[in-house]
Structures are given as structure tokens and as C-alpha cells.
Design a protein around this ligand. Structure first.
Ligand SMILES: [Zn+2]
Length: 172
């Protein structure tokens, strides 16, 4: 049996992924295990094509499983869907790992050079080697370049990275 915590996380994560429609489908699946598209439509009042779109997306993200079964009354095959709320910790960890990876790459970039900027909002920051090549004039607007202090950015990135590292379940 999935725990209440997992079920709450499952509904919450569904909402984060796709908003209210996802949360409604998630709750319907938690209330009725192995529900069909039509049963979910009955429980939520949502349109069947919207429900299918949500289900396929959740299936693709490994948040639900689907089993193809024969509907004896109608004589054709239908899918029965089940929430994988016991997988929610893995899902959250995987999301965190993706974020962690992005933050680490960003930090590497920030640490890779000194940066220069002209002070003009429309212009980009420039790495040290390019600033030298352009004689410390902005290649876009030709204003003088000044060194940008990115220590605060680096500190903020390191802080966030440490925080996520401490949140990811050990051994995963
Ligand atoms: Zn500029």
C-alpha cells in the first residue's frame, strides 16, 4: 500500500507538472486503482481527449502504469491506469538531479573566466579573452567594458547545489 505521504506527493507533483488537470487525473487514479479513461472522465468531468493527453504524458514520465485489458462487455481493449505513487521519491530525485546538473554546469561557466560588461542592459556579458581581443570595448555598443563581480552569483549557485545535494536521498 502506498503511504499517505506518497499519495500527497503524487498529487502535488502532478500539479507541478501540468496544473489542475493533472492533479484531477492524479486524484482520480488514487481514488480508483486501475481506472479506465472513461472512469476517470466520470470521476473528474473532464473531456476524454484531455484525460488521454494527461495520461500519456504521465505514463511517459513513469508516474503511472497502464495495462491493456479486454472490456468483456464491449469486446474491445481498454487501458487500465494505476498511479505509481511509490515511485514518487525516485521521480523527485531525478528532477533534482537534472536541476543539480544544470546548476553545476552554470557554476563551471561562472568559474571559467572573469566577465566584463558595458553596463548596457541589452548587451551580454563577455569573457575575459574576448574582452582583451576587443580592447575592453563592448563588441555590441562600443562602450567601455568593466569587470563584473560574479562572486555573489557563484556563492548563490554553490549554496543551492549544496542544498540539493543534501536533499537527494543517499545512495541514489
Ligand atoms: Zn554594450
Amino acid at each position: 500500500m502506498p503511504s499517505i505521504d506518497n499519495e500527497e506527493s503524487f498529487a502535488k507533483i502532478s500539479n507541478l507538472i501540468g496544473g489542475e488537470e493533472y492533479q484531477k487525473v492524479a486524484k482520480a487514479l488514487l481514488n480508483t486503482e486501475d481506472a479506465t479513461d472513461e472512469e476517470i472522465a466520470g470521476a473528474t468531468g473532464m473531456r476524454i481527449n484531455v484525460i488521454r493527453k494527461v495520461l500519456y504524458d504521465m505514463f511517459g514520465k513513469a508516474l503511472i502504469t497502464g495495462i491493456r485489458v479486454k472490456d468483456e462487455k464491449k469486446g474491445w481493449f481498454v487501458y487500465r491506469w494505476r498511479a505509481k505513487s511509490d515511485q514518487i521519491d525516485n521521480f523527485i530525485d531525478n528532477q533534482k538531479k537534472k536541476i543539480l546538473d544544470r546548476l553545476q554546469k552554470r557554476l563551471e561557466y561562472e568559474e571559467s573566466s572573469e566577465f566584463y560588461h558595458c553596463g548596457n542592459n541589452e548587451c551580454q556579458r563577455i569573457k575575459f579573452d574576448i574582452a582583451i581581443e576587443s580592447f575592453f570595448k563592448c563588441p555590441t555598443c562600443n562602450q567601455n567594458l568593466a569587470m563584473v563581480d560574479n562572486n555573489y552569483t557563484k556563492e548563490a549557485l554553490r549554496y543551492k547545489i549544496d542544498q540539493i545535494l543534501s536533499e537527494i536521498s543517499p545512495g541514489k
